[in-house]
Design a protein around this ligand. Structure first.
Ligand SMILES: [Zn+2]
Length: 267
């Protein structure tokens, strides 16, 4: 029995064989869709009452607002938004990753906290011909200027922080087997030479339009790496200091994502 339910809002989870718990991820439309609240309320009713519900979404202002409304409407249930400003393959990887942690009996608050502090466990790298349409921190004036040069190809790495470089933004991965979630124009794949981890399975996303919107370009190639083995993550989580939330009594590390209350002294 999983420790919490994972809901992907506006995208599908990464269907990786090494992470079969992705089959437990439930899907809702994007929070900005007109029927999000209606379908969301119906889904919350269907999900196990004794489990927290994590709504994974893209973290834009309107998405945050609508998820907040659904949370307010779900009074009496532990519903929380997991807001992640990452491209579509990164969102798909995160929903799958969280479902695996739930399957391994990790408390929801610790899974959320770990993902927020160690987002680099699921690094995204991408190749784009222009950074002009990119809505992420770190895009500088020189990137905009270089975007006008037809032969330039940018490498973008989103691994906890955003790095943009002409060609390779300089990111290294742990030397361990990892699967890839990919999306975009395949001919762009070789434009940037990344030092990838040992590759495993490759899965593609079903909805290409989402990537074009995120990157502000029709032509891009993005890939998010998902470690095959979560033992390293489980080890790190088990070493974290945690206590109890003074409001709901749940396990919390730092602050409780369900109550926004600080943990009490560890018990
Ligand atoms: Zn709490």
């Amino acid at each position: 029995m999983a420790t919490f339910s994972v809901v992907s809002c506006g995208f599908a989870p990464a269907r990786l064989a090494a992470h079969p718990a992705h089959q437990q991820v439930r899907e809702l439309p994007d929070p900005t869709a007109p029927d999000f609240l209606q379908l969301g309320r119906a889904l919350v009713e269907q999900l196990p009452k004794d489990q927290p519900i994590l709504l994974v979404h893209g973290g834009r202002r309107e998405q945050n607002r609508k998820v907040g409304v659904l949370r307010a409407l779900s009074r009496g249930r532990s519903v929380v938004g997991v807001s992640q400003r990452v491209p579509p393959t990164g969102l798909a990887a995160r929903a799958t990753w969280l479902s695996t942690l739930a399957d391994r009996r990790v408390p929801a608050s610790l899974a959320i906290g770990h993902l927020e502090r160690h987002g680099s466990v699921l690094p995204t790298v991408a190749a784009i011909s222009s950074a002009a349409g990119l809505d992420v921190p770190g895009v500088k004036l020189r990137h905009h200027a270089m975007s006008w040069i037809p032969t330039v190809c940018f490498g973008v790495a989103i691994a906890g922080e955003v790095k943009i470089g002409n060609g390779n933004p300089g990111v290294t991965f742990p030397d361990e087997p990892a699967d890839r979630v990919v999306d975009g124009t395949p001919s762009f794949e070789n434009k940037v030479n990344f030092h990838s981890p040992q590759p495993g399975e490759t899965v593609e996303l079903p909805n290409v339009a989402q990537g074009a919107k995120w990157w502000g370009r029709a032509r891009y190639y993005e890939q998010t790496f998902v470690p095959r083995d979560i033992l390293n993550t489980l080890r790190l989580i088990s070493q974290e200091r945690f206590g109890r939330c003074p409001q709901c009594g749940g396990v919390a590390s730092g602050s409780c994502p369900f109550c926004s209350a600080r943990e009490e002294v560890a018990v």
